[in-house]
Design a protein around this ligand. Structure first.
Ligand code: DX5
Ligand code: ZN
Length: 223
């Protein structure tokens, strides 16, 4: 359990102060910066693209995890690789040629992730598990921070964990949406290895303390 990594999502930070948010993430001891990319088509919101990721790349050596919530992910993979993304996830619902998309990411030298929406079964990724470094299980419908955790996600993480174990592949499980000190221990107990959190960190007056609280909760017993 101590190997759980925390990935603060910049989506809930002040977009006028992204470099300060990254400095905070470094200070907090979190391992990963989660960057939410939205195209206004796959999800009803617009955020950042490769130029912003490239600019932030100069600010830190932390792992950059780019979550592509876009309709044509393969069109954007080269741009994010070039911008310095270390991890790139694409949605199974958005890419008809998932096998090719994941290969593109790995061939470009980044970790390849598949993201799945709350309405999508974990079995939808069974044929590409060998090409997948991490499975991103959404526990809210993507598009916005601060939404309520969808309870069914806990069982889904457990099913994903079993599927990965029976496939015998080293695929991590990342969970995104509504993660806070109460949901964190439950998703970790179910099998999550990376916790994304936006509002539970940047929505507080003490983001560094919030990361530490999350890490402690993730390591603690399930209530
Ligand atoms: C939602 C994004 C999340 C978001 C999570 O579409 O993918 O990464 O920032 O925010 P919280 O932690 O507030 O649910
Ligand atoms: Zn995300």
């Amino acid at each position: 359990m101590s190997s759980v990594r925390i990935a603060p999502s910049l989506l809930s930070s002040d977009f006028a102060r992204l470099a300060e948010a990254i400095a905070m993430i470094e200070e907090s001891g979190a391992e990963i910066v989660h960057l939410d990319v939205m195209d206004g088509h796959f999800v009803p919101n617009l955020t950042i693209g490769p130029p912003v990721v490239k600019a932030l790349r100069k600010e830190t050596d932390l792992t950059f995890d780019t979550h592509l919530m876009v309709s044509e992910p393969q069109a954007w993979i080269p741009g994010f690789l070039d911008a310095g993304a270390d991890m790139i996830s694409i949605h199974v619902e958005a890419d008809r040629h998932l096998h090719r998309g994941l290969s593109m990411i790995r061939d470009g030298g980044a970790k390849a992730g598949v993201a799945i929406n709350p309405g999508t079964a974990v079995e939808s990724v069974s044929e590409v598990l060998e090409l997948t470094d991490y499975l991103l299980i959404m526990t809210v419908n993507p598009g916005f921070g601060g939404q309520r955790f969808i309870e069914r996600g806990v069982g889904k993480i457990g099913r994903a964990k079993s599927m990965i174990e029976s496939a015998g592949v080293p695929c991590d499980i990342e969970v995104d949406g509504g993660i806070d000190v109460t949901t964190a221990p439950r998703v970790v107990a179910a099998g999550a290895g990376i916790l994304v959190a936006g509002s539970a960190i940047f929505g507080t007056s003490d983001p560094v303390g919030a990361v530490r609280a999350l890490r402690q909760a993730a390591a603690g017993p399930v209530a």
